[in-house]
Design a protein around this ligand. Sequence first.
Ligand code: AMP
Ligand code: MG
Length: 333
Amino acid sequence: MTDQQETQPPTTLPAHLRNPVTRAMVRVQNRIVRAAREHLTAQGFTELRPPIIGPVTDPGGRGSKQIDIDFYGHRYKLMTSAILYKQASLLAFDKIFCVAPNVRLEPLETANTSRHLVEFHQLDVEIAGASRNDAMNVAQDIVATAAAAVVADLEDELAVLGRDPQAFAALLKEDAPFDRMTHADAVAGLSRLGHPQNPDAEIDWEGEALLSVRADRPFFITDYPKGSRGFYDRENPERPGVLTNFDLIAPEGYGELISGSEREHDYARIVARMRETGENPAKYAWYLDMVRGGIPASSGFGIGLERLTRYIAGLDAVWQATAFPKTPGVVSA
Ligand code: AMP
Ligand code: MG
């Protein structure tokens, strides 16, 4: 990855689609999805296709706006994530995954992060009865399995992309768990690097890049503060204000790949957390009716497919990791 990152998508879609880099990227992405599907299916996961519209969706995005549509006179949303339907899916199966599109009107400031698309996909996993640790292990396995498959099978594509397979030497050599640091450790580390980070908020883009650049394998940040996430990340009962959640950060400056957590599943807790996060519980009628009837405790996570593709393919910007890029504020195909 270069320091000087390209942030604008190519002028025309045909030029992007004819670019050998795009073709190599698509093959890498296909291999990533196939590796994840095969791995999860072998572990007993069932793949579902979640809806793309509904009366409510994940409110958890960092400052992004939802897109409304007119559903026969009712205001519906395009899905910003599959979280509500992932919890619902556990009524049918204990271990589920999906690969689904999400749409978020990201703030214009994110147009230059090289990490934000308006339309992207998540490879989403949810596991009934699982701890955060169980979910982190599954997340690590998917990233390692996908990188190994690309390195083993797509030497020519990596050459077209200029991606040195040695970039994954540390990831593929050690069988050890990825390093873990708490959000509080990350804040302290950033302060030592001269980067002031608000201890009550998400790690900012610049801070995340500083930590990411220093790593040679992906690593986890755990225990984010309550104000930084949606109502569904479970609050640690022994440490009020701290969430039992995690992000997986890619090395080399590529930044966040995954967010996940243990989930709130108790009706009263969910309603309380909705109120605390400024959500109106009345809007979540179908979801809260379901929760009142009982949903399993669970843990899960979402992998940004284009973010993972960007890291594995070694691309400068995330718009290069999709055949049909839509970046914040840019009117395009
Ligand atoms: P979140 O729950 O908001 O953390 O989203 C889950 C994952 O989706 C993130 O860890 C990213 O990998 C990916 N993601 C979120 N927002 C975007 C975006 N605007 N563009 C591309 N990928 C995204
Ligand atoms: Mg996140």
